[in-house]
Design a protein around this ligand. Structure first.
Ligand SMILES: Cc1ncc(COP(=O)(O)O)c(C=O)c1O
Length: 374
């Protein structure tokens, strides 16, 4: 089976695995221990913190390691909410956030906070005027994702950052999908908090990070000892942290080469699939992640969709169910109908994807589409 589901997760880069190996086999010390065993792992954790910080253009003091994108989003949103309760209870998010944001906000809504969701247009872009008009004196946080996991649309984060700054509101972005694929620079983006997920950038699963700008106060979420600048308790996941550091270094070193390659492969796939009658592109090819292609095979039957899913590892949030409840919030937000949603597939290429694999995928799908070609 050909893997085109890199937005779901990525394999570990062999160089990342190599960097982790000494911490799997030999260097087992607790980074909080003051003897040499501890000092070895402590310095590895601090090296990784620098590598992460450098990639997003900040200082290592601003990086806290977490268990992944979900925890980073929870920490950012709940952390701001509970630390700023005396200032206000209003939080603004977009309609197309990941459940790691929407579910946190649902929890907050059940606990006295007011949540506003900014709608997205048919390309998945949120309306900045609407965002500005939704701000009130009680607004304490704006959280808008950098790039969408399902359709790849990139939000104008620096403009949102400008609006947040002008109104003195803390701004969080979920960069789980954008890091490694497009430039992520916390200064240019004017964000106060930014979530990172290791397994989307060829590091292991179960590791992530949160960027926290100076003077952004968060209520601690995991209590215990005083690790991570007394913001997140628990003995550090040294292997994961070392892996994330190395993965960030690789992103930085290979950025342009990988970006061009992802874009080339994604565009080649799209160009060929566009020969299928009534193929509908969801989102953009330009203001979008270079690796993501979300399309609706409008004229395909369910068995044709199933055949694709049997042969290619892709993602579908609704295929083969025409029931409205199975449609993702993102597809609903961009006004995909239940019937279309069941024929919608996300292809996401990665740095291990080859041109031969894309050619093979095109061959498979064209065979399935033999009666649906323009
Ligand atoms: C946009 C986005 N945010 C958050 C997450 C959650 O990250 P993790 O799997 O590391 O908890 C994902 C992963 O699917 C994602 O795509």
């Amino acid at each position: 089976m050909i893997y085109l589901d890199y937005n779901a997760t990525t394999p570990i880069d062999p160089k990342v695995a190599k960097a982790i190996l000494p911490f799997l086999l030999e260097n087992f010390g607790n980074p909080s221990s003051s003897h040499s065993f501890g000092l070895t792992t402590q310095s590895a954790v601090e090296k990784a913190r620098k590598q992460v910080a450098k990639l997003i253009n900040t200082k290592s003091e601003n990086i806290i390691f977490t268990s992944g994108g979900t925890e980073s989003n929870n920490f950012a949103i709940k952390g701001v909410a509970f630390a700023n309760r005396s200032k206000g209870n209003h939080i603004i998010i977009s309609e197309i956030e990941h459940p790691a944001v929407t579910e946190v906000c649902q929890f907050l809504a059940e606990n006295g906070f007011e949540i506003s969701k900014i709608p997205a247009d048919k390309f998945g872009l949120i309306n900045l005027n609407k965002l500005e008009n939704t701000i009130k004196p009680t607004t304490i946080l704006i959280s808008v994702m950098h790039a969408n996991n399902e359709i790849g649309t990139i939000q104008p984060i620096d403009e949102i950052g400008e609006i947040a700054k002008k109104n003195n509101i803390i701004f969080h972005t979920d960069a789980a999908q954008s890091l490694g694929k497009i430039t992520v620079d916390v200064q240019k983006m004017k964000v106060d908090l930014l979530s990172i997920a290791g397994h989307k950038i060829y590091a292991p699963k179960g590791i992530g990070a949160l960027y926290i700008r100076e003077n952004t106060h968060l209520q601690k979420q995991i209590y215990g000892a005083n690790q991570e600048n007394n913001l997140r308790a628990g003995t550090e996941n040294v292997m994961g942290i070392v892996g994330l550091g190395e993965a960030c270094e690789l992103v930085k070193n290979d950025f342009t080469k990988n970006y061009e390659n992802l874009k080339f492969l994604r565009n080649k796939l799209h160009k060929n699939l566009a020969k299928i009658t009534n193929l509908k592109l969801n989102g953009y090819l330009t203001k979008s992640l270079p690796n993501t292609l979300n399309v609706t095979f409008v004229e395909f039957s369910n068995p044709q969709i199933l055949e694709i899913l049997e042969k290619i590892a892709v993602s579908t949030k609704a295929a083969c169910h025409s029931n409205d409840r199975t449609i993702s919030a993102v597809l609903k937000a961009i006004k995909i109908t239940p019937a279309e949603a069941s024929k919608t597939i996300r292809f996401s290429v990665g740095k291990m994807t080859t041109e031969c694999e894309i050619d093979e995928v095109v061959k498979i799908i064209m065979k399935i589409a033999k009666n649906n070609l323009t």
